[in-house]
Design a protein around this ligand. Sequence first.
Ligand SMILES: [Ca+2]
Length: 486
Amino acid sequence: MKNKKTILISVIGLLVISFFSLYISLDAMNAEREKKDNYFNKTLKRIVPQNIKNYLRDTIFVFKKVSVLEQQLADRDKQIWDLLNNQSFFEFKKNEIKNKKLNDVNLILKTFTPFKRSEAAKKELKNDLAAIGPGSRSYLSYYNQNLFLITGTGILMYASLDNLKDENFVFKRIETNFMELVDVDYIKENKSLVRNFLIKNDKIYVSYIKKVKDECFTSAILVSTFSFDKMIFSEFFDIDICEPIYPGNTGGNLSDFKDNKILMTIGDYDSYERIEQKHKKTQDINSPIGKIISIDEKTKEYKVVSLGHRNAQGLYYDKGNNVIFSTEHGPQGGDEVNINTSPDGEAENFGWANSSYGEHYGFPEVDNSEEYKIAPLNKSHANYGYIEPLKFFSPSIAPAQIIKTEKFIKLPNKNIIYVGALGYTFEHGRRCIHQFILDADLKIEQHNIMPVGERVRDMIYIEELDKIFMILEYSGSIGVLEVKKT
Ligand SMILES: [Ca+2]
């Protein structure tokens, strides 16, 4: 009797072991585990017919199959991430040259697309930069004869002026502590945290969306002493708010200003689109929401330079004339180019969300009478005491960076600005460069549009090369615009 019991327990035990061995052995994809397979497992695997294995996998072990697939995806993601994260050089390959025109000036547009280095990137993604994300949302800065590029994930790289002259677009990575400081998982989740950067006087400032804790986001700036070896960032500034949802309309553009100050645009954090956002304070001078602010580099104190902005993605300070140029995304229509001719005095008011040439999303089909109660979007700005936009766009063009230069295309006694447009379609001047020729009083004389065919995220004019450099989404390319020599 006792013997029978022992045999029964042994058989059950063996069955349990077999069951688990089979369970483990089914995970044939997992190389690590494969190594650990013992002889028993292998034998078992051999003697169980494939159709039964498949049946077991798809029924009893279906949860296992799902987790294996999930693990495979996560592993591949990690492999790509690690590979690119350890990459020290990013090579951009030159594409076919395109002829362009702005009014009657003949131009050449050259584009340089990141090299498809890794097999994984070749197969799964457009290019290496796309793999580390965003591939696309990146920004440019020029400092001491080097062109710097930062991705939305905080990867920083540069190419020298000599390289650019030779059209040798190999960017060298600069090590930073950005990943450690900001948190790798948060970066992987969002991939476009960085919203601009600025290098001046041996300091680099990086604007980004900071996650303070779960359901608590704010606009912040990191700072590091400039170094080609390693940038060690620390927290420089944040607007000390706690918004519950990762925001869309954050602004975040930076510009040099005067008197040891820098400028920053702060979006309205989707105040009028998402009920969860608490701060509908674009018209409240005591809140940083929906403002352009100046920040003292030494004291870190900030001052509101202008208010009533929705989502200013373009910012340019014209030192010579002491004028701030900005662009902002309106809601459905009502995108704007704005000029602040007195950045020193009382804060100027650009109207959002009392005045806008746009409408709330879905208008007129959607009943958004509640939105119009809190944000009436009066068309006129001047009638309500606000500054009229220099130019508004309805339908929207999604304007991003704005720059001003009279050196690129030379016209006497004119002010010339260039605005890059994003957008998800090609109509209405989206994915174009808009050139505005202004008279001495900053009134528009001409508005010329040059199609680019890609979202123009950032722009910078480099005088030594007499070229405009730009970031083109989604291919993550660098565009170079130059006047065609005749
Ligand atoms: Ca406005």
